[in-house]
Design a protein around this ligand. Structure first.
Ligand SMILES: Cc1cc2nc3c(=O)[nH]c(=O)nc-3n(C[C@H](O)[C@H](O)[C@H](O)COP(=O)(O)O)c2cc1C
Length: 152
């Protein structure tokens, strides 16, 4: 499962799905993010406002619960926004029950590592069996994916 606006995380998610034989499920915001929404230098932009306010949960398109119910392992991908998972991921985790499932978080980012984002996800969603996450470069190979997907 992945959230992606400019295609980086989607490209990695597609490779993870192919390497692990997983179904690909995209998380779509009900109101898509425009380039202006994604301007991190503009403190009035939608992304800035969402990430710097309190408990904001942007609406997402519904996800068929049947797609998730039978899964025991979920690879959950997102871009880092201000070192964190975007709020759409919180909306997803509030609406789709991943309790007891093995969830492998992954991200893409300019430079920031994933650690702080995972710390927050673990704090906010303690019933999920979080595995070691990973930040991926877009040059990722199939062997690297398979090593990560099976290592813990
Ligand atoms: C609003 C916003 C905030 C971002 N914040 C960070 C950040 O804190 N650290 C970082 O390394 N990259 C940051 N980036 C870069 C994205 O994480 C990076 O471009 C990512 O690969 C985008 O993924 P996508 O193409 O799947 O949407 C930010 C990008 C946006 C749009």
């Amino acid at each position: 499962m992945y959230f992606s606006n400019t295609g980086h995380t989607q490209a990695i998610a597609e490779r993870i799905a192919a390497a692990t034989g997983s179904e690909l499920v995209g998380v779509q915001a009900k109101v898509p993010y425009t380039p202006a929404d994604l301007d991190w230098e503009d403190q009035t932009s939608r992304s800035y406002q969402e990430m710097h306010a309190g408990k904001i949960r942007p609406a997402i398109e519904p996800i068929d619960p049947k797609k998730i119910a039978s899964a025991t392992t979920v690879f959950l991908g997102f871009p880092l926004w201000w070192s964190a998972a975007p709020r759409t991921i919180d909306t997803l985790l509030d609406n789709v029950d991943l309790t007891g499932k093995d969830v492998h978080p992954f991200c893409t980012s300019g430079t920031t590592p994933i650690a702080d984002a995972i710390t927050k996800l673990r704090e906010n969603y303690p019933d999920i069996r979080w595995h070691t996450g990973r930040r991926f470069a877009t040059s990722l190979t199939r062997d690297e994916i398979q090593d990560w997907a099976t290592e813990d």
